[in-house]
Design a protein around this ligand. Sequence first.
Ligand code: NAD
Length: 629
Amino acid sequence: MNYRNRMEEIMSGKHRLSEEDRLKMDYKPDQIPPLPKGEEALRPSTKAGWETEAVIRAMISNLHNGRDWEKLYIYGGSGKVARDWKAFFETVDLLKTLEPNETLFLQSGVPYGKMQTTKWAPRCVITNSVIVPHWTPHFEEFVASGLSVYGQMTAGSFIFIGLQGIIQGTYETIVAAIKAAEKKTAYNGLDDFEKNLIVSAGLGLMSGAQPLAIKMCGKVGIIAEVNPHLIDRMYNTGRDQGAPYLDYKTESIEEAILIAKDAVEKGDAVSIGVLCNAVDLLHHLVEKSITPLVLTDQTSAHDLLNGYYPMGIGYDEADILRAESPEEYLERSKKTVVKHVSLMVELSKRGAETFDYGNNIRQQAYEMGIDDAFDYSGFVLEYVRPLFCEGKGPFRWMALSNDPEDIRKTDEYAKKLFFDDEQLVNWLELADKYIPFEGGLPARVFWAGFVGRAAFGMLMNKLVSEGILKAPVVIGRDHLDGGSVASPNRETEGMKDGSDAIGDYPVINLMGNALSGATWVSYHGGGGVGVGYSLHAGQVIVADGTRLSQERLFRVLTWDPMSAILRHATAGYAKAIDVGNEHKLVMPGRNNIKDFDYEELYNRIIKLVKERTGVDLFSPLQDLEISLK
Ligand code: NAD
């Protein structure tokens, strides 16, 4: 059989699952698996102890924070935690009995096998949505054939912490966008209302962070959303704690604008959800000559069939159309995305600081013939890359005790350790005020870099050992990080050396983390922007309070941000080269340093933690096998 025939055969649907198999996969439990609480949460229930217990609780936590637990959907359109419920429970069962020196392998949401490795090796190795590049256009066919699943970034790698993760990133991004907007000459042409207006669309799992982040920046936000249930959800979230994500909801664009104008006049920071298609909102702004200070979009445009909603048709109607005639749905979606991006380009020309927020919407419009779709930039290129050059990225942790008090304690220590990082301390205070803990394990996120991540991870481990924290914590990050992703329309857009599409880097990051002692590692395709457009890796490590854990934390949390600095130094970014030189990193081709002094860094961290928090870390283990020498 020649290659062309094989592709045609796969496309013919010959391998699709039968109706009977589908029904089997449709099995779901009566209720969402619970997370242990109180005393029960303070002990692991697995043979290998906290490491495997952490993986199980993190999977369940994803369900509690996610979009639709019954379907195992977590976020970002169809990003799933497991392929189906059978696979979910099989994974849990295998983890329960795994030995402390064994590793479980998961292939796109199903258990694949296990084998004896070492105590240092990850307990779980995960891959999701990885397709041989030329075949990626057929990804959906592979999903329909029961061969793959869309893992997004943190859905299939079990470190989704709900809206907080994205609120923090969105807050940082909008702060940067506002600063950029205020520097532009077009800024002077905006009136008072426009200078305070931020416009976007999408109130889903990640996009739902936008209204709160906008308020935290002191501005007024209008967000379009087609799904009335999600508008209600964001309207109710945080309301009983006096900090609603959405202050107002309306079905009228005119009314949304009146509310926004009134708030600007009063100097209030508010958020307004408007039930409409993004295209209708933007069209109205163009018609009425209203140019927002900042404009973006976070609809699930990366998936025009299952995530994005076409104009001219209501939400329920659209869902019916998708089920009955996916071809027509897709056609309508394509027309909508063309209009959508054209309007964004127009508002950008009129002076709105416009950026792509990682949903691949520009690419979709470009493929439909919109040549100037890439006239406005992606958010990483504009605002995040300078942070990546320092190794900074979305560091996060979850309390396995399932007790918010543990997170509050870690916040206190973080403020001590990072007292001189004004933006970080400010974020922690805003988070405490605005961000309710969600259904999953209590969690916290901030952007930390080289030295900072390792120091804080090792500090939390010691807090576990001293009983200041009730149970271990899991420490991970988004796959959107400086060294862990290749995504030419997002994280690696416009790299200085043209290396946007080079996929070696996330693999190097992954292997370094696996070898350094991460508890679970993951490698995915397609997160954020859709399969075929990105490759990325993740790591999560348990701080269980042991000395061995401190050694592993030191290595993983040093390597992970170091790989971001190396990635950007290799690409020629002066800032990354400077940061690398400052820390005396070995950067072949960029400096002549031949040896990195791990002991010096270890001792520097011990001193830093002691001076700033009063906590004594363990001294480095001198055992031959793991000594730093
Ligand atoms: P989601 O599917 O949960 O939410 C998207 C929302 O957009 C849905 O509520 C949907 O009803 C709404 N929507 C779709 N089309 C619309 C339209 N034309 N007009 C108005 N509303 C519309 O997805 P999510 O988790 O919120 O993620 C949104 C997008 O952002 C995805 O493409 C995702 O890959 C991307 N993403 C980016 C980042 C980042 O760091 N920038 C992080 C996560 C996700």
